[in-house]
Structures are given as structure tokens and as C-alpha cells.
Design a binder for this molecule. Structure first.
Ligand SMILES: [Ca+2]
Ligand SMILES: [Ca+2]
Ligand SMILES: [Ca+2]
Length: 478
């Protein structure tokens, strides 16, 4: 099993503390480790997850500081930006590890920091934040603690992405610290700690502000980050209390186990079955499905389950308010041990509400390991999302276009039922009152279904048309 459990992390943490397992901590038993995330895994992540293509409204995308221009920089808003969640450095309180990064106050300036924003990999929002500040001692944190604040409650923790099996949060903390630049400018070191089962400060190799992250293990000496000595912490120091950015909507934090086929109405879309071979949220909004108010449609979904059991849920924004609400959600079902190309599928029915707003709207399909997804904007460990466009049409308009003219007779019948429709019938299935399917017809000759071999009783007919619509009716066999 690969389910992540907080106590598992705590156990590992204890293990690490007792046995001194360097700084590398197994984040989850799917063989991922996060430390200091190893470079190899950082590479795997950057190749597997297309960070650039993702809508990543990171709040930390403001002005970055060029250290060469330090004398003239604005001290407010300094810090380094996210670079696609390359790496993480342990800042879990009481983990035995400390991570610190530096900032700078210009000569004859006093920097009043009123909010600090920093990016953290964690499973959940953190409970509280501590900040310790040290003087600079020749390019590393000095021994003297010059300022400290503990037990701070963030005023916002915004999910902005996912990596290494964790959600990435932009954490916003209101503070009131003053730092003096002195006559010739001064560097200081900020050491954040967070109360969390496991949390890592995002590091970027594209950072430019001052020195790289320095680490100290079990109160030992400070040394440059032990994953190459190239990573700066992702944070910003602000001289006002900044407004939190928008959260990301949907992501996969560990492995993209893809949706491989979606069949609904006139949509029949096949996509890559390769693990980590397509984006977490695949954009198929150029594909338009046409559905009519009040009509029911069969849906069939397939995917690569990577040897596990995966559930599918579909949302359609019927009221076109750009949100997927609970009454717009369809939990379709699950498949297990499917390659995504073996024909395994889960099926269901989606009935367009008669109140659905006419015109263009969005459908999201989410596949998730182990549990049926119920959050259209969630960050999931294993799976994929796909977005499509749905055109909602007026029921009358569709009937005028396609002239359903659907009928069946005789009813009751002693043998044959004749079905007529002005559109192509794909299949007919007949189910008895016990719910057992007793008859399936793929190719109807003259629309005739013969019940003469069946027992007397009531039967439910389900007629699926080539355009994806369906008709259900009951026939009595005498
Ligand atoms: Ca730095
Ligand atoms: Ca896909
Ligand atoms: Ca909606």
C-alpha cells in the first residue's frame, strides 16, 4: 500500500532522530524521499510534471533582487521566487534540522518587515510558525539570536501547486520586525520553523539573494545546503501586510496516472496511457461535447491504474458560474489493474438538468487512486484531471435537429418489440426485474427485439443511440 499517514511520518521522524539518519527522510513508502529533496527526484519531478504549463498563481512572483545592485535596491519586498518546486529543506519544528537564508538591509536604512511569505511543502496547512533571526557571521548564520517570534498563526496558507507527494503552500505570516542596515549595510539570517508533521522550505537554484540556504543538524555548525549548495529559500519580506494570492485549482503531487479515454455524448477522446506522460490537468477544452437539457447520456471512462484501484468523478458547470458545485458532481465508479488500453472502463449516466444554462461550459474529469474524488480543485497524490467543453442545447432545438421520433410497440408483447427512431441505434439492452441483463443487441435488424425466449414479466429496455443519448422504457412480456 502507498497511503500516506501522518503517524508514519512521525514514526520516520522519530527513527531519524533516534538513529541519526542524516538529513534524508523517507516521505512515503512509494520510495520517494524528500530532504533536502535529492536532485534525481527533483529532475524526475520536473520532467514528469510540466510546471511551466501549469496555471501557477504563486504569490511569490514579485521583484527579485540582484545582489550586485544591493546598495540601491528597495529593501522591502526582497526575496527569491519559486522556480517550479525544485527542492525542499527541512524546517519541521523539533525535527533536529534548521534551515536559514539571508537578506540585506541597505546602509542607513531600517527595514520594518510587516509580513513574510514563504513556500512550504507539507501534507496539510501548518499549525504555527516560528521565526528566528541571526546576525551574519562571514556568510553564514552567527551564534547570536537577534530577534525571534514563536507560535505565529499564518493569516493565509494558499495551495499553489504540488510536488514530491506534498502540497506546496504559500504561507503568509503577519509580523513586526525591525532590522538596521548600519553605516555600511547589514546581512541577516532568517530561520523559519513550522509546526507540522513534516514540512520543507522550497528551495530554488535560480535564486540570487545573498547566500544559499544554510543548514544545521542537531544544533551543529551551519553549512551550505547539503543538496549541492545551490539553493536559495523561496520567501519575500514585505513592509506591508500583503494580500494572499489565489490558490491553484487541481494538481497531482506524486505520479500522473492518466485518464486514457473519455466517452460522453459526441466526445470520444483517447489520450496517452504513459505514467507521468502527460500534464496533471490535461486541457481538452478544444473538444466540444453537445448535450441537451433534460436528456440522459451514457459516460464511459478508462485510465491507467498503475496496478491499483482508481475512481473517476465528473463535474459539469451547468450554471456556468465557473465553479464546480456539489450538485454538478457525478461519481462514476472505479476500475482496477487496468493498463488504460485494455478496454476496462467504468460507466454511468449523466442527465443534463433542465435548468442547465444554455451555451458553452466546462466539464472536468478526475481520476484518483483509492478514493472517489469529491474536490474538483483538490491536490491528489496519484491520478489525472481532464477538462472539456460542453455545449448545452435547448431540448427542443435538439429534438428539432435530430427528430428523435422515438417509439416502441407492442406493449405488452408476447414476443417481438419493434423500436423505431429517426437516428441510429447503437445498442439495446434488456434487464429483468432482478436487475440482471438478459439480452443485448448491438445490431438491430429492422428495430426488432425478440423476447420470446424470456419468461413472462416486466423488462427494462435501454436504447443507446449513436449520438450518445439514451432512452429507457419498460415492456411487459405476457
Ligand atoms: Ca539566499
Ligand atoms: Ca489523459
Ligand atoms: Ca457551477
Amino acid at each position: 500500500m502507498r497511503k500516506k499517514l501522518p503517524f508514519y511520518h512521525l514514526w520516520l521522524l522519530s527513527f531519524a532522530l533516534i538513529f541519526g539518519v542524516s538529513t534524508s527522510i523517507t516521505a512515503q513508502n512509494s520510495s520517494k524521499t524528500l530532504t533536502q529533496l535529492h536532485s534525481k527526484q527533483a529532475l524526475k519531478s520536473s520532467s514528469g510534471i510540466t510546471q511551466q504549463s501549469r496555471n501557477n498563481p504563486s504569490s511569490i512572483n514579485e521583484t527579485s533582487i540582484n545582489t550586485a545592485d544591493r546598495i540601491n535596491v528597495q529593501d522591502c519586498d526582497q526575496g527569491d521566487d519559486s522556480n517550479g518546486f525544485e527542492n525542499g529543506f527541512n524546517i519541521t519544528a523539533e525535527s533536529g534540522y534548521r534551515s536559514a537564508d539571508d537578506f540585506y538591509v541597505s546602509p542607513n536604512e531600517s527595514l520594518n518587515v510587516r509580513s513574510i511569505v514563504f513556500n512550504v511543502f507539507a501534507n496539510y496547512p501548518v499549525s504555527s510558525v516560528d521565526f528566528n533571526f541571526y546576525e551574519d557571521d562571514g556568510g553564514k548564520p552567527g551564534a547570536t539570536l537577534i530577534a525571534s517570534e514563536t507560535g505565529l498563526t499564518p493569516y493565509a496558507q494558499v495551495p499553489i501547486g504540488a510536488a514530491f507527494g506534498y502540497t506546496v503552500y504559500a504561507i503568509y505570516v503577519e509580523v513586526d520586525f525591525n532590522f538596521d542596515g548600519g553605516a555600511s549595510g547589514t546581512s541577516y539570517w532568517m530561520q523559519p520553523e513550522v509546526d507540522s508533521p513534516m514540512a520543507f522550505w522550497e528551495g530554488t537554484s535560480a535564486g540570487t539573494l545573498g547566500e544559499v540556504i544554510h543548514m544545521s543538524e542537531f544544533l551543529g555548525p551551519w553549512t551550505p545546503d547539503d543538496d549541492g549548495g545551490i539553493h536559495h529559500g523561496v520567501f519575500k519580506l514585505h513592509c506591508d501586510v500583503v494580500v494572499a494570492g489565489d490558490p491553484i485549482c487541481f494538481d497531482i503531487s506524486d505520479t500522473i496516472e492518466p485518464i486514457t479515454r473519455v466517452v460522453l455524448a459526441n466526445i470520444d477522446n483517447t489520450s496517452s496511457a504513459a505514467i507521468d506522460g502527460s500534464p496533471a490537468l490535461e486541457d481538452f477544452t478544444n473538444i466540444q461535447g453537445v448535450m441537451a437539457q433534460g436528456i440522459s447520456y451514457d459516460i464511459a471512462l478508462a485510465g491507467n491504474t498503475n496496478g491499483f484501484l482508481c475512481y473517476f468523478t465528473v463535474w459539469i458547470d451547468w450554471n456556468q458560474n465557473d465553479e464546480f458545485e456539489a450538485d454538478e458532481m457525478y461519481e462514476i465508479g472505479y476500475i482496477a489493474n487496468s493498463s488504460g488500453t485494455d478496454g476496462e472502463q467504468t460507466t454511468g449516466t449523466i442527465t443534463v438538468p433542465t435548468s442547465a444554462v444554455l451555451g458553452e461550459t466546462t466539464m472536468r474529469v478526475i481520476k484518483n487512486w483509492d478514493t472517489s474524488p469529491t474536490d474538483p480543485c483538490g491536490v491528489y497524490l496519484y491520478g489525472q484531471g481532464e477538462d472539456y467543453t460542453i455545449i448545452v442545447e435547448d431540448e427542443l432545438g435538439v429534438e428539432n435537429q435530430t427528430s428523435t421520433a422515438f417509439s416502441y410497440y407492442p406493449n405488452p408483447t408476447s414476443g417481438v418489440v419493434k423500436i423505431t427512431a429517426n437516428k441510429e441505434i447503437n445498442s439495446v439492452s434488456v434487464v429483468n426485474i432482478l436487475g440482471q441483463q438478459v439480452l443485448v443487441k448491438e445490431n438491430l435488424e429492422n428495430g426488432l427485439v425478440d423476447l420470446s425466449n424470456l419468461q413472462i414479466g416486466a423488462y427494462m429496455f435501454r436504447v443507446a443511440f449513436d449520438d450518445g443519448s439514451i432512452e429507457n422504457f419498460k415492456v411487459l412480456k405476457e
